[in-house]
Design a protein around this ligand. Sequence first.
Ligand code: ZN
Ligand code: ZN
Length: 407
Amino acid sequence: MASILLTNGRVLAETEPLSNGYVLIKDGRIVSLGPMTGDPGLSADRVVDVKGAYISPGFIDMHTHGIMDVDFMESGAEDIKRGFFEYARYGVTRILGSTLSNPIDSIVNQIKVIRRAKEESPAGDLLAGVHVEGPWLAARCRGGHALEYLKNPKRDDVDRILGEAGDLIKTVTYAPELPGSVWLTETLAARGVVPVLGHTEASYEHAEKAILAGARHVTHMYDTTLGYRENPEEALVMMPGMETAVLYYDEVSIELIGCPVHVPRPFFKFINKVKPRERRIIVTDSLVGTGMPEGTELTYKDGRRVYVAEGVLRMHDPDPAVEGNLTGSAVTINLALKRLCGYADLSVAEAVRWCSLNPATTLGLNMETGSIKIGKYADIAVFGEDFDVRMTLLKGNIIFEKKQEST
Ligand SMILES: [Zn+2]
Ligand SMILES: [Zn+2]
């Protein structure tokens, strides 16, 4: 479709939200926007009256492992292609598909599968790239990552992964206290991959060294990241950890999982206050069970079993100490946003920045997407008062449209 006109919407334009406005899309891009006052005298191949809904930048989820039985580490290309349209149901227009700690071979091969899905899908542009999460993580802070796969960064592994899949990799999460991590940071930054700190018990010094070498983001802060530690030589004297370093350096963005089980609520207000406006990011870190009914059980390829419980995934395990452990999130980004508005007392426009312009900025995509602005791609989510998504457009193509309820 060459042109679409969205009318009568609350337009979350980058410069100034419009309480009743229009957005005109032509050849995939936003070509005009403004208030509805009078007759703007516009026409298009299709006109959609959104009847007071929000016309928002599409959501960018820079950390997600899967949705609706699709898993970026395990699924084949056909399932991943289906997954793109599942994301669209929640207003998502860009994701980074996240891998998990595995043998390097498996990660490289899986990224090739993801690449094929991207190339073959009509919604392939929804995948902005891959987030490699592990295997260079701290054992103590591994969370849902398998201990047997964790390792220190080695040149052969890094060369292999960047050599065969570097074109698709946008971010890599690693623990900056591991030997070789400064070299890893510099290598990633030089290749245009965003170095990301996470799954770490780093000291302030380790984190600072990585930041000075180019690290620019933190993976699910307050979840598998440790803050202060007591000085072993001075009782009750606290030593700063990674948290202090990533808050001190304004250039580092911080992501929070939009889930109160993973991130206790006061942290949302706190990050909103202490981080520069463009460095606050919300993600889902969602796993395969996302979007599936309560109690759904899923079995991973390696035999591990998980189940959906109140918006999170928990493990089944014969070991009672592990049974029921939190293993990941099952939140959708629109629900995460709704929560964020409440937790940090934010307007819809301000909350939406956390999963549109801000991640676009961290990923270097902000010249082409991430906001409602003339000239940018028409990556748009239309949603109602309760963040119920009615329509999603990816580069001007409608990739999700909720059926009208008949009265
Ligand atoms: Zn993680
Ligand atoms: Zn993750």
